[in-house]
Design a protein around this ligand. Sequence first.
Ligand code: NAP
Length: 482
Amino acid sequence: MQIDDVMQRSAQAFALYKEVAPSIRAAFLETIASEITLVKDTLVAAAQAETNLPAARLNGEIVRTTSQLQLFANLIKEGSWVEAVIDTAKPDATPAKPDLRRMLVPAGPVVVFGASNFPFAFSTAGGDTASALAAGATVVVKGHPAHPRTSLLVFEAIQKAISKRGMPEYTVQHVTGEGNAVGKALVVHPQTTGVGFTGSLQGGKALLAYAAEREVPIPVFAEMSSINPVVFYPDALATQAEQLAQTFAGSVTLGMGQFCTNPGLLIGLKSAALDNFASLLGTAIAAVAPQKMLHKGICEAYGKGRTNMLAQENVVLVNQSVAPADMEAWPSLARTAAKNFLANPRLKEELFGPFSLLVECEDKAELLAVLKSLHGQLTTTIVGTATDTAQWKDVIAVQSTLAGRVILNNPPTGVEVCAAMVHGGPFPATTDQRFTSVGTGAIRRWVRPVCYQNFPDDMLPDALKAANPLGIWRQIDNQFTR
Ligand code: NAP
């Protein structure tokens, strides 16, 4: 497949699609959702065969995907997301001020890399595609090589929606290919204006490097690596150990740990309560049966990474499940002292699978040192009672700087798709911490602000016209109004 042809077609479709009225774009998104629902059983069967994920999880993920499309349809039907700002002319001011009106407009064709661990919700018709289409961008999907058939079937559902709603033929295109060349060609193509990616740190950094080498650099919104540190504060550990062990064993092993929000790092202060918790958590993790991982590469990477982690000096295995069979993950809990953690950078790297490392701190100073040594994260979780949150305010303040989502007394796995969600964070969690890849805020990755100066009303986009024909919320002369 000629990537140049694909991107040229995407650019031609963009010239038409960006002019499609928001209500019609919304109907298009809704039709993609209904076409996916129509072939749900076929999609689940294909994804089960390609990803080893259980049917219940895949069915849930399809609902998440269609709900996500509906969420973006609702967002653009309402319309205020364009952030219309109007500063009316002040002809009598000295100097006179012109009429200035700003809104967000789509930037151009977007390339989306499907993720291996979410064959629906972060793939062909997933959050990146839904948010880009909602913004008015055209999309080229690079299907993940681990689930090519699933990706193609979802693309066929999108094609039906394109045809039913009379959208430009190449509003969404689908390409495949293994071995980096296709991905690189898409990112460096001059017509590409943005990239969405969920995957490895290595892959995300490679895409960022391709983008930086271009004559015209473009943003790469890559979600890559996070160990999601959880701090267990002392009163919670002393009073809720059993319940916490069950909850966090569930979170560490959910989907065999193949979630970007998997809690890979657990931190507590040295105490009998921490020892008790470690033992209970180890037992609960060991009780979880190994299951198949998404693909051979991920399973091998987890196997090697786990062996390597347990071979590090002063890292001790607390407990593990029964030995896994071929392609299965090995649920495990390990433990180390903070001084080892601080001295060994490898212990801070993501290990994608059902593994967590418990770090034991001697005192508050060491706890603070551990927190300050961490890379950027998608989430960080505070496990504490009211007594803890009152007593450890300064530590919690440091902890809260680490991630895009700061959680109190919930496990980090489970990412709501809603307006308030932030699924992003400082590098290497993502390449751009100002944005989220989940929730309605994800649309902001694919747009740019444009200011219209001194335009007559009939030349302005509807969102900026004096009569506000779309009925959206706008900021006029510093007042929010509708
Ligand atoms: P990946 O290797 O990063 O691949 C993701 C996508 O990017 C694929 O389409 C891949 O296609 C492409 N790609 C990777 N490197 C590239 C490069 N240098 N140039 C151009 N394209 C490139 O991720 P994966 O296959 O999903 O899993 C591998 C590892 O990623 C896992 O073991 C895990 O550590 C991590 N991972 C993390 C998350 C997370 O949410 N944090 C999610 C999934 C995976 P080609 O191979 O065809 O080039």
